[in-house]
Design a binder for this molecule. Sequence first.
Ligand SMILES: Cc1cc2nc3c(=O)[nH]c(=O)nc-3n(C[C@H](O)[C@H](O)[C@H](O)COP(=O)(O)O)c2cc1C
Ligand code: SF4
Length: 490
Amino acid sequence: MKFRSPGQHKTFGSMDKHVRELADALGEELSLEEALEGTSGPFAAPLSLQGRTLSNRFAMHPMEGWDGTTDGRPSELTLRRWRAFGRSGAAMIWGGEAFAVTPEGRANPRQLALVNEENTKEDLALLIGAIREGRVESGLAPKDAFIGLQMTHSGRHARPHGTPQPIIAAHATWLDEHTKVSADHPLIGDDELQALTRSYVHLAQLAQQAGFDFVDVKACHGYLIHELLGARSRPGPYGGNYAGRTRFLLETITAIQDACPGLGVGVRLCAGDVFPHRVDPDGGPGVPLDATPHLPLNHGWGMDLQHPSQTNSAEPEQLTRDLVDRGVCLINVTLGSPYSCPHLQRPARNPPIDGYPPPEDPLLSVLRQVLMTRRIKAACPGAIVVGTGYTYLQEWFPHLAQAELRRGAVDLVGLGRMVLSYPEMPLDLLANRDIQQSRICRTFSDCTNGPRQGLVSGCFPLDSHYRQSEDGKRLRLLKGERTADHPRKP
Ligand SMILES: Cc1cc2nc3c(=O)[nH]c(=O)nc-3n(C[C@H](O)[C@H](O)[C@H](O)COP(=O)(O)O)c2cc1C
Ligand code: SF4
């Protein structure tokens, strides 16, 4: 199935029509704004937060580069990326990238991690310094960005030495099968979870000392806390009903708040999920696993347990309200998981080489993210909500983002891949400058392909540093071989 990519729409009217038609199919109203109002419009509207005033409505999403050292420290490539985040001029840097709270919680051997307190202290100062340097390169005040650190534990997807070493919170036949975890794999113990809370607190303290404004307790993308949120079959205090499944997240947040007064806390939250998809051996669109033998599901978060091809945001909405009641007002809305439904989590024109062609128009997946963000904001107006999924819209992203900001459906527009190819796009928009078409991310997925092939991540097609690098050459070779081995259907 071929879908018309946003970049192929040559007129505003044609793109707007595409968006309206898909929104209509979802029973919602969505449309673009034609005129962009950089200097004086919604992007430039100040936002008050924790006694600070953010000067614009752009947030940089966390973007890992698989390029740290094997003892969890940033490399020059890591710092180069953080400088680019700073150069963007975005008022909020949400997380930088996933930083593991323990060495065994890493998703890959080159993920940043708290291995040694002294090193981490030094590294966090370097990372925040890189953002400030980037801002100076763009002629901005170094300290004006609101900067967070994303704290993670990879749980079921832990690969601290390159091979799977899953740390799981609950069993579910479908999930175990999909992630190749045996049915007798031990669950992380309640006491181990409590020790983990202390690791989150430790990293949060170091972040605060280094000058971070907030920490993100990551609860999405299939990692440990996301899994705990869905752990209906887990016995004991950290599973079962809603109170049990959210206990670890809430206890950890309270412990951070107690230990780090003045430090903001945010949550990158999975607000909706669907049943895993698999590759069709004939090269067709991704196929959802057959849920029938597992119904109703005994595991899941943000998913309709009777009809798991559909999201159900009732619990994520409730959790957002509970978080805000606890003083956690920063919510970054995301859907799905890169491991089980990448088409929803990271809509792309070209799927990753180990992925599948999208089972629906990727634009529809973007609209699902935008509409879910609306729902979360409407359910909890006190939350400062960051929206996700805009990069696939390419040159049209500001036209939808401006409309959503204006209607108060989102507070900050989060950008992921676009920042890898064109970090200065927010600044250009804010200054009413022409958009540099040649730098727009076309969602080719090479920043995902790189790490899937054991290489670093970066914008291989559009950033000459990566294009000319040894990893860039290897990736081109690997892609060529892969396409020859497994030709896709036209
Ligand atoms: C190479 C790459 C690395 C990513 N690393 C992280 C990460 O460390 N933490 C996280 O929460 N999301 C991560 N994401 C997801 C992005 O933050 C974002 O949610 C996703 O790319 C969709 O936003 P976009 O359409 O603007 O790219 C990553 C995505 C990519 C492509
Ligand atoms: S490799 Fe570059 S163009 Fe491709 S998806 Fe990533 S950022 Fe976008």
